[in-house]
Ligand binder design. Structure first.
Ligand SMILES: Nc1nc2c(ncn2[C@@H]2O[C@H](COP(=O)(O)OP(=O)(O)OP(=O)(O)O)[C@@H](O)[C@H]2O)c(=O)[nH]1
Length: 391
């Protein structure tokens, strides 16, 4: 995982914290890249030697100030420094690269596409992007940056997973505490998804468990992806319950059957909630090219029938013939969760809106620039042109 810019670094840092907390082992190695020294210093989990400061000769460690063209230039000039950090990673052990960046700023917005292009040229592993769209209240320049970076990045990565800050903005909160909550949400959703592909030591391997190749196949073919998520708290079933039910005989087996119907219903309802609830990038799910359904939770609460029904329902809703599904047993958890990766979404009004606002911002910026040149000339030069500059 490579966090580019401030948002990217903070989110990768959170993924590492999630890994440590849950033992998910999603992140084989983490790197943070930035033009701002202070941002790198603020990270907690990413090892010091994996924090790369680029563009020192140009911006002296102070960031590129939302200039994403400069962000791209600096990334290109100093790509060797990033490679230096990647050299310390056993790349043959990773399933894929994930570049995380806020698309509205300068460093991540400009740098992420440059890095994606570079990694694709050097390595055979897939290169994915996790791009964060700015809130619509952030202003024209952020929207313009995001629209341009989005367009560039989609073409450089094997798939662009998108999270839209605007859809997750909470009113009445400070920006920082708002981001903390949003970042939790990002890590929770993508954590379940990526965690599903990791088989941990001592974990029982269910028949229909999701494998990393299924995630890769769902993402292959490229385009833009979004993730849905829903969860429900459940009581943890003790092992003794299983033993008791065997001892007490027929009554219990009826209860078991009821349980199985409940389990199936719970799963199908969680699949609906995840697909029809708030997605990381809100869009119409009809027309999605490929999808992956992951059901996570204690294995007693996961069953094949539920997942199969959920998968069928997703096929109907998306019209896709390529819907994969499987489970992710987490036996010490007290919830059942459904995470749905919708890959190759095309009906996304939010992106069209972003582009529209970006074009307006671009026109305005150009207009103001032209006007201001004329205005400055008017101010500096005397009306009759009687004064002469010194040289
Ligand atoms: N979800 C989330 N989004 C963030 C966070 N911080 C910033 N953003 C978003 O990311 C965009 C880019 O901001 P930064 O990552 O700070 O910018 P940068 O890439 O470091 O670039 P410069 O600061 O311009 O050098 C912002 O417009 C926000 O939309 C965060 O912690 N979480």
């Amino acid at each position: 995982m490579i966090g580019f810019g401030q948002a990217g670094g903070k989110i990768v840092d959170k993924f590492l914290e999630y890994d440590r907390r849950t033992g998910s082992e999603i992140v084989r190695a983490a790197v943070a890249v930035n033009t701002a020294k202070a941002d790198l210093m603020g990270l907690e989990q990413i090892p010091q030697e994996q924090r790369v400061l680029i563009g020192q000769s140009r911006v002296k460690g102070h960031g590129v100030g939302a200039d994403n063209e400069l962000g791209a230039e600096v990334a290109e000039e100093d790509i060797g420094e990033v490679q230096g950090a990647i050299d310390g990673i056993p790349v043959h052990e990773v399933d894929a690269f994930l570049i995380v960046a806020g698309l509205g700023g300068g460093t991540g917005s400009g740098g992420a596409p440059v890095l994606a292009k570079y990694l694709k040229r050097i390595y055979t592993e897939p290169v994915y992007g996790l791009g964060i769209l700015p809130g619509s209240d952030e202003g024209g320049i952020y929207t313009l940056n995001a629209a341009r970076s989005f367009q560039t990045l989609v073409n450089e990565v094997d798939n662009l997973l998108v999270f839209d800050n605007d859809a997750w903005r909470q009113t009445g909160e400070s920006v920082q505490s708002g981001y903390d909550e949003i970042n939790e949400e990002i890590v929770k959703r993508f954590g379940i998804l990526f965690g599903a592909g990791e088989v941990r030591q001592g974990q029982e391997v269910a028949e229909s468990v999701v494998d990393s190749s299924e995630i890769i196949n769902t993402l292959s073919g490229g385009g833009v992806s979004t993730v849905g998520y829903a969860r429900e708290t459940v009581e943890r079933k003790g092992k003794s319950g299983g033993l008791l039910s065997k001892l007490t005989g027929s009554d219990e087996s009826i209860e078991d059957q009821l349980d199985s119907a409940n389990t199936t219903n719970r799963i199908t309802s969680l699949v609906r909630k995840a697909a029809l609830g708030r997605l990381t990038l809100p869009c119409e799910i009809d027309g999605t090219e490929r999808a992956l359904l992951v059901m996570a939770g204690p294995s007693a609460y996961l069953n094949r029938k539920g997942i199969e029904r959920g998968r069928k329902w997703l096929e109907e809703q998306t019209g896709s013939m390529e819907v994969r599904g499987g489970d992710y047993p987490i036996n010490n958890s007290d919830f059942v969760a459904s995470a749905i990766l919708l890959s190759g979404v095309t009906n996304v009004p939010r992106i069209k809106e972003l582009q529209q606002v970006a074009i307006e911002a671009q026109d305005n910026i150009n207009e103001i620039r032209e006007e201001s040149e004329a205005n400055l000339q008017n101010l500096v030069e005397d009306d009759e042109d009687e004064l002469e500059s010194l040289f």
